[in-house]
Design a protein around this ligand. Sequence first.
Ligand code: ZN
Length: 136
Amino acid sequence: MLDRIDHIGVATDDLDAALTLYAGSLGMALAHRETVESQGVEAVLLDVGEGHVELLLPLGPDTPVGKYLEKRGPGLHHVAYSVGDIEAALEQLSGAGIELIDEEPRVGIRDSRVAFLHPRTTGGVLTEIVEPAAGH
Ligand code: ZN
């Protein structure tokens, strides 16, 4: 059902500093930059082989990532797995007892369709399911 790790999401309160680290020191190629209103973030994707790191800067303190930063500070935020059919994956996960934060997929970065799973049923790891748009 889960094809591969699509990306890891990293919350930051300083996108320039995060880019200096990931694109500079760690040498990852900048792939995409986008404001994702549905998630309340400015997001930057960097390439790591076929996977990505997704840097997340909250658009405000009342967004999910803003609240996360307030509580825990910058760092690893979520892990995202890609799937071919997100509706089928959510139905299967729900049937397996996984609590869905998003009952229906919403629009993610680069026109992907995404849904989050609640960390209380995924061992404390905020987990995202991604159905990439064609061509990504
Ligand atoms: Zn993500």
